[in-house]
Design a binder for this molecule. Structure first.
Ligand SMILES: C[S@@+](CC[C@H](N)C(=O)[O-])C[C@H]1O[C@@H](n2cnc3c(N)ncnc32)[C@H](O)[C@@H]1O
Length: 150
């Protein structure tokens, strides 16, 4: 996803945060696509402080892997790192629109996570110091949620 965004938007620079060995694999992917000089890959956790003052923070299929307490910790890290003009973007299956009860149960059994309705994302964000600015359909399987620092 990030490689595609960088390829279509040449002025962007980015950080990617993921655990090792995924971070190393990402470095190889970016290098292979000629993007290594525009993206800094950090092998680390999104439960630790994130790169500060980015224009946008993008979480793709992240929050549904986690229960409310841990999803709140991730969003709180985004809120702490983001400035007031930054956007925190989550691409997720939204319960009631994309996600089925079956998928909700799969996330629970495998990860202790859950699919969330728009109102549940709003409440979760609020408890992390964010406001849900918009929720829009993206594909047949994912929605785009935009949060701002409250
Ligand atoms: C469902 S995958 C989504 C990956 C990617 N965003 C995508 O859409 O292809 C979840 C990702 O979270 C990463 N992850 C799990 N725990 C993490 C942590 N504590 N800090 C950073 N990344 C973590 C995993 O390594 C994995 O890459």
């Amino acid at each position: 996803m990030l490689a595609a965004i960088l390829e279509t938007t040449p002025h962007l620079r980015a950080h990617l945060v993921d655990l090792e060995p995924t971070a190393s694999e990402a470095r190889t992917t970016f290098a292979g696509r000629g993007l290594a000089d525009r993206v800094e890959v950090r092998g680390g956790s999104f439960f630790d402080p994130l790169p500060a003052k980015a224009d946008a923070y993008l979480l793709v299929d992240i929050l549904h892997n986690w229960d409310d307490e841990n999803a709140r910790r991730i969003l709180t890290r985004c809120a702490e790192a983001a400035g007031r003009s930054a956007r925190i973007l989550a691409i997720e299956a939204v319960s009631g629109i994309h996600a089925s009860t079956e998928m909700d149960l799969v996330m629970l059994v495998h990860f202790g996570g859950r699919e969330r309705r728009v109102e549940e994302f709003r409440a979760l964000a609020s408890s992390a110091g964010l406001v849900l600015a918009s929720a829009a359909p993206l594909t047949s399987q994912r929605g785009l949620l935009e949060f701002r620092v409250a």
